[in-house]
Each structure stands twice: as C-alpha cells, then as structure tokens.
Ligand binder design. Structure first.
Ligand SMILES: Cc1cc2nc3c(=O)[nH]c(=O)nc-3n(C[C@H](O)[C@H](O)[C@H](O)COP(=O)(O)O)c2cc1C
Length: 188
C-alpha cells in the first residue's frame, strides 16, 4: 500500500493542505445545517462534519468554523436542523457553501420546530435543540439533542476527496450485514 507518512500538526514541516487531503479520504454525507434567529432571519451552511453521537439520549454533532460569517448565529441558536442532502441536491450543497445575505431566496423550505427552515427533498432531517458547545481549535463543536427527525428512501449524496459522489453498494451477504449491525452497537 502506498502510504506517505507526514509530520504531525504543530511540527515545522506540517503541511495543512496535505493534512486536509488526508482527512478528505474519509467519505461523508453532505448536510445543510439551518437555523433562525430571534428576528426571524434564516441562516444555512453546507456541512460535512456531521456525526451521530448517541442513541439514548439521541445526540448528534457538527462543527462550525469560527471564521464563518454565519457562525455567530449558530452559536447563539437554541435550535438547528441537519438536512442530509440527496444525491440530486449537489446544486444546493454548492449554493449553501457560499456566503450571501439571503441564502433562502428561491429555495423551497418547510417549517420545523421553533421556526426552523427545513430543506425540501432532503434524504433525512434531524431537528435539534442545542445541547452543548465545545471548543475545537479553529472550530466550535455543536452537540444537538434530536427532538424530531424524518427520513426517506432518497439516495444520499456522498462527498469524498473533494468530490461529490454517489454511494456504490458493496455486495455483502445477509449474515455480514448482521455482523455490521452488531459491531456498531445497534446504530446500523
Ligand atoms: C462539502 C462541504 C462541507 C463543508 N463542511 C463544513 C463544516 O463542517 N463546517 C464548516 O464550518 N464549514 C463547512 N463547509 C464550508 C461552509 O459551507 C462555507 O464556509 C459557507 O460559506 C459557510 O456559510 P457562511 O458563509 O454563511 O458562514 C463545507 C463546505 C463544503 C462544500
């Protein structure tokens, strides 16, 4: 296996671009995280740092860059929604990954708890109450308690090595599926 070993962060030869490329080997889904402030202004950003944390209580997390224009709104929010994008929503991912004054002009939304804007056609949606916020270097890690969720059979969008992709099924026998479910503590 061709593996290039690189210096750990903090050492003089640390290459941030190379570190980012290495992290990009971890395939993720793509979400748009949304919220609304007390004046009714809506915020949204494309996020792939989303992760499941706990089944009981139901907790999820994502991390927001401290430098993002929308960060303050998310850090002050009591609620936020994780909209897991479907494979045919690449344009929405690109749209919400660019700063703009009103990202919701011409975007179809549904109403969620506490006035949250939800993205129509998403593969899944998790509506959360902000549970805790932890410092994470140049990001803040936001932990949410899921109050409501929805999911559909829409194929989810995949992001890996800087590219949008579709998931490819790797054929596995039924008994292997059971192994995966058991190993993943029932989250599968
Ligand atoms: C696939 C993808 C994943 C991203 N994931 C994150 C993330 O997890 N956290 C984050 O702060 N920004 C992430 N971004 C960048 C933000 O979407 C981008 O900076 C956006 O402009 C932030 O919204 P704002 O400009 O309204 O603050 C991601 C962008 C893309 C394209």
């Amino acid at each position: 296996m061709a593996v290039s070993t690189s210096a750990a962060p903090g050492l003089p030869s640390f290459d941030q671009r190379d570190f980012r490329n290495a992290l990009g080997s971890f395939a993720t889904g793509v979400t748009v995280v949304t919220t609304v402030d007390a004046s009714g202004r809506r915020y949204a950003m494309t996020v792939n740092s989303f992760a499941a944390v706990s089944l009981s209580p139901p907790l999820v997390l994502w991390s927001v860059s401290r430098g993002s224009p929308s960060a303050g709104a998310f850090l002050a929010a009591t609620h936020f929604a994780i909209n897991v994008l479907a494979a045919d929503q690449v344009a929405l991912s690109r749209h919400f990954a660019r700063s703009s004054e009103d990202k919701f002009a011409a975007i179809a939304t549904l109403d969620g708890v506490a006035g949250l804007p939800l993205i129509a056609g998403a593969a899944a949606v998790f509506q959360c109450r902000t549970e805790a916020i932890h410092p994470g270097g140049d990001h803040e890690v936001i932990l949410g308690r899921v109050e409501r969720y929805d999911h559909s059979h829409r194929e989810p969008l995949v992001f890996c090595r800087g590219r949008y992709q579709r998931g490819v099924n790797v054929e596995i026998a039924a008994d292997r599926d059971a192994d995966v479910a058991a190993a993943w503590g029932g989250l599968a």
